[in-house]
Design a protein around this ligand. Structure first.
Ligand code: DAT
Ligand code: MG
Length: 205
């Protein structure tokens, strides 16, 4: 089958994290990365994609997180058991409690800021690919520069500890300021403040 893969904004724009997630995607033995490209998902697509979460308090934030900036979207050719293997590599949903050495533990920041979406079952893979292909062509190969960025830092674990302070309302302003500086140092984006805002907003809900 084909499964849907999305690099969420925290993986699409943090250069070293993007490189490391991509390295995992091409080195893993479970399936074959077929395509990845930049795409700004419209709200109605994300609302449908995450419709099973529409009554959760974080849903409005989640839709905003996934529709404010273009993200990397694509497909993986994978068997049922291969998909389970990839999902195991990915780790649990919330980044701050994901299994050590999983992709989300290593590169996600906190909670739902968890770097990667991957279809979570063969059924959802089929339905997600069908849904997304109504909006975007996903057959064009990998059309992104993933070369290793020279000297780009990866501050994931400092960002997570600052997120934890902000969530607990401890040193809130200072922690937000340092969080913003570290995220900017990791990322490459003209409107950097937008990325910071959508990530910081997740700690409010
Ligand atoms: P997954 O992405 O592991 O398949 P899911 O399909 O249950 O998890 O949820 C989709 C996304 O919604 C998830 O990647 C991040 C967000 N989310 C889910 N549960 C959450 C929670 N308890 N707190 C914050 N964000 C959550
Ligand atoms: Mg899921």
């Amino acid at each position: 089958m084909e499964a849907l893969i999305l690099l969420k904004p925290d993986a699409s724009y943090r250069l070293m994290v993007r490189h490391k997630v991509f390295s995992w995607l091409i080195r893993q033995q479970y399936g074959k990365l077929l395509s990845l490209k930049w795409f700004l998902p419209p709200e109605e697509l994300i609302q449908q994609h995450y419709s099973f979460l529409s009554d959760r308090p974080f849903f409005p934030w989640l839709v905003k997180f996934m529709t404010t900036l273009p993200i990397l979207v694509g497909k993986i050719q994978v068997s049922d058991s291969g998909l389970a293997g990839l999902r195991f590599d990915l780790g649990e949903t919330q980044a701050h409690i994901a299994r050590p050495n999983s992709i989300r533990e290593m590169y996600g920041i906190y909670g739902g800021v968890n770097c990667v979406h991957l279809s979570d079952s063969p059924e959802s893979a089929v339905s997600e690919v069908a849904l997304w292909e109504k909006y975007v062509e996903l057959s064009g190969g990998v059309d992104v520069d993933f070369s290793e960025p020279a000297n780009a830092p990866d501050y994931t674990h400092r960002l997570r500890s600052l997120a934890s302070l902000i969530k607990q309302n401890l040193h809130r302003d200072e922690a937000s300021k340092v969080f913003t500086e570290l995220l900017a140092a990791e990322s490459q984006l003209n409107n950097q403040h937008v990325l910071c805002e959508i990530i910081l907003e997740s700690f409010e809900v």
